[in-house]
Design a protein around this ligand. Structure first.
Ligand SMILES: NC(=O)c1ccc[n+]([C@@H]2O[C@H](COP(=O)([O-])OP(=O)(O)OC[C@H]3O[C@@H](n4cnc5c(N)ncnc54)[C@H](OP(=O)(O)O)[C@@H]3O)[C@@H](O)[C@H]2O)c1
Length: 320
């Protein structure tokens, strides 16, 4: 079988698509024929070993895991002893943003990982495009006390995190002003944005409205730049560490100071995120935003595109 592998940190050029042995499930594990995965910014972070601190976790000086991939959708082909949640033939999807070796024709995964059955009426590509960004977006929202009608400025509503955050914020009743490139205005209107700022022609930080929350889903701004947008007790939340990794220590500093604050949520409970998103998909309240698909042979080009920071929503690796 084919897999996208690497033995060192680096740019997409260190990737190799190679034949490896098909794995066998041990006790408590599932063997899955992978139909689709995404190539996402978490994969890029794992590939590049960034931020550098993450290498303490992913392996120093070289990565511990060689097969790439953080999410999957596919069919259970075999099960190890003791597996009870899933059976052979089940169509499932799952996520582990610490790496799950899913960018291959087959993978094994422990059944206790964050896994759900495919939502009814959705393809593997559609399901898997609702995992990684949605998990991070939900972990912005479940770390705050969002109330119906709260005003949220969402910077970067067209990324994987942004497009998921927009749909989830609308589900939880927020009034959302969202930024996007002019070419994507119709897309974010269709995802529910109440007001739209074209970031090519307008600086969102100069907006006259005041917001309970600023979600910097694309991590391009900073607390300092967005402070003026916040209400007296409003919060700035970013997907990136910010200038000088300030989003690591500003949550504590602003909490002690009082008033406008910074939150830097650490995502947890992947199963809860998948359960929520699956239920919303089946109710027609959440949908996949897919930019384009690549085959496994096109792995390097696919990673290069995702690393460029220009994808709209999600990029699919089609293994079907
Ligand atoms: N280290 C990690 O493990 C990790 C994991 C996940 C995410 N993250 C970070 O989280 C951030 C968001 O991730 P993502 O996957 O959602 O990103 P993404 O999908 O790669 O975001 C790309 C989107 O952001 C838009 N964008 C680019 N510059 C913008 C700007 N100045 N203002 C508004 N929108 C802009 C792009 O629009 P255009 O069409 O105009 O280019 C594109 O649609 C990234 O910075 C990523 O590095 C880090």
């Amino acid at each position: 079988m084919l897999a996208i592998t690497r033995t060192q940190y680096g740019s997409p050029d260190v990737l190799e698509v190679k034949e490896i042995e098909k794995p066998t499930p041990k006790a408590g594990e599932l063997l899955i024929k992978v139909h689709a995965t995404t190539i996402n910014r978490t994969d890029c972070g794992i590939l590049q070993g960034t931020p550098k601190l993450a290498r303490l976790f992913f392996g120093w000086p070289k990565p511990k895991t060689h097969i790439m991939g953080t999410d999957f959708a596919g069919q259970v082909e075999a099960i190890g002893t003791g597996v009870s949640r899933f059976k052979v033939g089940d169509m499932i999807w799952g996520l582990n943003d610490e790496g799950i070796a899913s960018q291959a024709n087959y993978m094994v995964v422990q059944e206790k990982e964050a896994i759900v059955h495919l939502p009814k009426g959705f393809s593997c590509a559609e399901a898997v495009a609702c995992a990684e960004g949605a998990h991070y977006a939900y972990n912005f929202i479940n770390k705050i006390s969002l109330k119906t009608g709260d005003k949220v400025m969402l910077n970067g509503a067209t990324g994987a995190i942004g497009s998921a955050a927009l749909q989830l914020l609308k589900h939880f009743g927020a009034y959302v002003t969202a930024t996007a490139n002019g070419k994507n205005i119709d897309l974010i209107k269709s995802l529910g944005a109440d007001r739209i700022i074209n970031y090519e022609t307008e600086d969102f930080t100069q907006d006259n409205e005041r917001y309970q929350y600023v979600f910097d889903a694309v991590g391009k701004s900073s607390f300092g730049r967005c402070k003026g947008l916040l209400t007296a007790d409003g919060a700035y939340i970013s997907s990136e560490l910010g200038p000088g990794a300030e989003n690591i220590y500003l949550p504590l500093v602003t909490k002690i100071k009082g008033g406008k604050r910074v939150k830097f949520p650490f995502p947890n409970n992947k199963q809860e995120s998948l359960d929520l998103v699956k239920s919303l998909m089946e109710q027609g309240k959440f949908r996949a935003v897919i930019d384009r698909s690549y085959t496994i042979e096109q792995a390097i080009a696919a990673y290069q595109y995702v690393v460029s920071g220009q994808k709209t929503g999600n990029v699919i690796l089609d293994l079907s």
